[in-house]
Design a protein around this ligand. Structure first.
Ligand SMILES: Cc1ncc(COP(=O)(O)O)c(C=O)c1O
Length: 417
């Protein structure tokens, strides 16, 4: 069995603080490398890339299906076309293809969109804007830790917001007197897949509009849920709320990280965001725009089910079947997002223990600690598996993960079926 070469001891010499733990797990002859806490999830993703099976980062790494292979064969002509066609045409074609597939006619009609090379670049613009306002920003917890990372680096004052606060009576308290200047949510949420129904979203938007709270929504995983069934931008526009939306293609189509993110703004915010965007970049590569547009058009022709969703559903089922009876169990029964959030059923095991154990077996995953950016202890009961992978490779990774968990014969808590 080959194993992950770079996991943690090798990296422990860096400035990372070694966490205290009492658990060295017997795995046959070997002991699992002691866990080390790294500063952020991206560093665990780097380790995942070095593993034989990388189920760490949430980017789309599945192989091309036959129709997508045809697009790849057209790369030279797509390149030539990108050279010749006016950039504005390519940008407009991309925008229309994206919002058409996303089922967002209101956004397609309006042109208050800025294109960025990655979702993180869009988020950095949002962070720069929010920090200049000097207001308190409510941020969903759990969430991917580059959101608090970027926001804090830009000087934003963060306050954690629980998912249930968005749907229950907590919302009134949150947005009440002296409430938040801005609220930043990811829908569907990475890692949990939590999302809002249309009435819940309408209520959130209306409350933000009434309270004068700027609403920021990261929709980067939108194509993995049924978001296309109703027009979120219509709800936003009709409410009069100040909003910023972050969109992305990188979590959905396997384009080797050639991707495009959209930062969309309400009328009142577009001007200042446009200025900030000008400081950062002139344009996204016309070739990247043309390429991702082809993938969007292909998904429009063949459907999201055939091009995106079946694979995630199948891999999730394989993972759940494969890990049944081990210490890992799905955190929630229903999920469609392209990552699986799993609860650790053993009280003696932390997320870092599980991540280390699987990494030693050649499978890279993410610990939950950093997703709970204000309360890592809560996150340490969870790990995250990425699902957007080739099914055969993914099945082999699941078998390896199961074997490692079973071989370690870890104690299991009741209910972790
Ligand atoms: C919810 C969310 N938004 C934005 C990003 C940033 O995406 P990128 O790494 O493509 O810039 C991530 C990264 O995983 C994410 O999970």
């Amino acid at each position: 069995m080959s194993s992950c070469c770079a996991w943690p001891a090798a990296r422990a010499g860096q400035r990372n603080h070694r966490i205290r733990h009492n658990c060295r797990i017997r795995k046959g002859e070997n002991t699992v490398t002691p866990p080390v806490i790294l500063p952020n999830l991206t560093q665990y993703e780097h380790l995942g890339i070095e593993c034989e099976f990388n189920l760490a980062d949430g980017h789309a790494h599945q192989f091309q299906d036959p129709a997508q292979q045809l697009i790849v064969r057209q790369l030279p002509s797509l390149f030539a076309e990108s050279e010749r066609r006016p950039l504005r045409d390519l940008e407009e074609e991309f925008r229309l293809a994206f919002y058409g597939l996303a089922g967002q006619p209101t956004a397609a009609d309006r042109r208050r969109t800025l294109l960025c090379q990655s979702a993180s670049q869009s988020i950095d613009l949002v962070a720069a804007f929010l920090s200049a306002q000097g207001t308190q920003v409510g941020l969903l917890r759990p969430c991917f830790d580059n959101l608090p990372g970027i926001l804090r680096r830009r000087g934003a004052l963060l306050r954690p917001v629980a998912e249930h606060d968005l749907t229950g009576p907590g919302l009134e308290r949150l947005l009440g007197e002296g409430g938040l200047g801005a609220l930043f949510v990811t829908l569907p949420n990475n890692p949990t897949g939590f999302t809002l129904t249309e009435p819940e979203f309408a209520r959130l938007v209306q409350r933000c509009a009434t309270a004068g709270t700027l609403l920021v929504i990261d929709w980067t995983f939108r194509f993995h849920t049924g978001c296309e069934r109703w027009d979120q931008y219509a709800v936003l526009e009709n409410s009069g709320v100040s909003y910023l939306c972050v969109e992305d293609t990188g979590k959905t189509w396997p384009t080797l990280d050639m991707k495009c993110s959209i930062l969309a703004a309400s009328e009142d915010l577009y001007g200042p965001l446009y200025e900030l965007h000008n400081d950062l970049l002139l344009n996204v590569s016309p070739f990247v725009l043309r390429l991702v547009t082809r993938y969007l058009q292909d998904s429009a022709e063949r459907g999201l089910e055939a091009t995106v969703r079946w694979l995630v559903r199948e891999n999730r089922a394989v993972l759940r079947r494969g890990l049944r009876g081990t210490v890992l169990a799905p955190a929630g029964p229903v999920a469609t997002i392209s990552v699986e959030w799993m609860r650790i059923g053993s009280p003696v095991l932390s997320a870092l223990d599980v991540v280390g154990l699987l990494a030693d077996a050649g499978v890279g995953i993410l610990p939950g600690d950093h997703f709970h950016w204000e309360d890592p202890q809560t996150g340490s009961r969870y790990v995250r598996f990425a699902l957007a992978r080739d099914p055969a490779v993914f099945a082999a990774a699941c078998a390896r993960a199961r074997a490692a968990l079973v071989a370690a014969a870890l104690p299991r808590r009741e209910g972790a079926a």
